[in-house]
Design a protein around this ligand. Structure first.
Ligand code: DGY
Length: 328
């Protein structure tokens, strides 16, 4: 049994595969394989452990249907055609929980960076523009007591809400399909309608996964309804906001600021006007970029591979329906 790994992953994951007696081929060049290359590599293996960004689409799955598992080094699985994988009884593994702290911290950092114009002011120093300033110049605002609204309050949203409550005593409102009992009981979080969330949040953070329902969810119509003093943060997937509408909303003062860990497209082009706005902070999709999170993700992704190749259930699976069908 052999494994193809499409990027360099933390050693802990490789050690686990070694201990399990699994050989692997790892793509270590600093470039993304194209779809055809990925197919050619994977056709010779039993498992794919993937940290790349290529769509794992119908063409790929049909060409590589001998795979016994596709193990993602991510919690998000929007790049996978889950329906086709399920049809071919290929389990899809993902890595939830271990990145919740890191991703919540990224959103927390964005909240602060935007509210204090931190990245913009840093750039001013770099450009030699730290000169005379009036006491009224470049003011940000305090987060103390401001309302945090979370769109998609799951594990990551809960960690952020807990930190925001502890640090700035922020009241928490959220919009989910179901109640988050833990957030309601421990943080006094209040479940509200989507319209309420949009209209009442001082800081509105999107953590929802990308689905047909959440694609372009934050668009001009929604930005118009937000407070002109509000900050929009996206730490989920870039396609959850409409970037052209976001630029317009900021330029016209429909909202005060924005913090993005994810953009649409990625990477963001260097001439994107968002990069020059004082009240905007953009990060290059670093939500899970901590040693702790990445080690945890590599460990789960490797253990998902090992489980599947031993005909055991995955630790974390996206499509448990594969187990309800006759096994291959
Ligand atoms: C995730 O795990 O989904 C992060 O966004 C990294 O892709």
């Amino acid at each position: 049994m052999t494994v193809f790994i499409d990027r360099i992953i933390p050693q802990v994951g490789l050690d686990l595969l070694d201990e399990a007696g699994l050989a692997y081929e790892q793509h270590t060049e600093p470039r993304e394989l194209d779809l055809q290359e990925l197919i050619e590599r994977c056709q010779h293996h039993d498992a794919l452990l993937t940290a790349g960004s290529l769509p794992i689409n119908k063409d790929f799955i049909q060409a590589c249907k001998q795979l016994k598992v596709i193990s993602l080094l991510s919690v998000g699985y929007d790049r996978v055609d889950v329906q086709t994988a399920t049809k071919w009884k290929i389990p899809i593994g993902n890595t939830p929980d271990v990145l919740s702290e890191a991703t919540a911290d990224t959103a927390f950092l964005l909240m602060l960076a935007v509210s204090r114009k931190a990245l913009y002011l840093h750039k001013k120093i770099v450009k030699g523009e730290w000169g005379f300033s009036q006491p009224t110049d470049d003011l940000g605002f305090s987060l103390q007591g401001k309302t945090l609204g979370v769109f998609g309050l799951g594990n990551i949203g809960y960690v952020l809400a807990k930190k925001a409550k502890a640090a700035f005593d922020m009241p928490i409102i959220y919009h989910n399909r179901s109640h988050n009992e833990q957030a309601e009981q421990t943080l006094g979080a209040q479940k509200v309608s989507f319209d309420d969330l949009v209209q009442r949040s001082d800081v509105l953070v999107a953590f929802s996964s990308l689905t047909p329902e959440t694609k372009d969810k934050f668009n001009k119509e929604i930005f118009t309804k937000m407070k002109p003093s509000a900050i929009f943060i996206n730490a989920s997937r870039g396609a959850v906001h409409n970037e052209t509408d976001l630029i317009e909303a900021l330029e016209k003062g429909m909202i005060w600021g924005a913090g993005l860990d994810v953009t649409n497209p990625e990477p963001m082009q260097t001439d994107n006007p968002l990069l020059n706005m004082a009240n905007v902070a953009v990060f290059p999709h670093i939500g899970s970029n901590t040693i702790e999170a990445r080690n945890g993700m590599a460990s789960i992704a490797a253990r998902n591979v090992i489980a599947a190749l031993n005909e055991q259930p995955l630790l974390h699976i996206v499509n448990p329906e594969v187990y309800q069908q006759h096994q291959r």
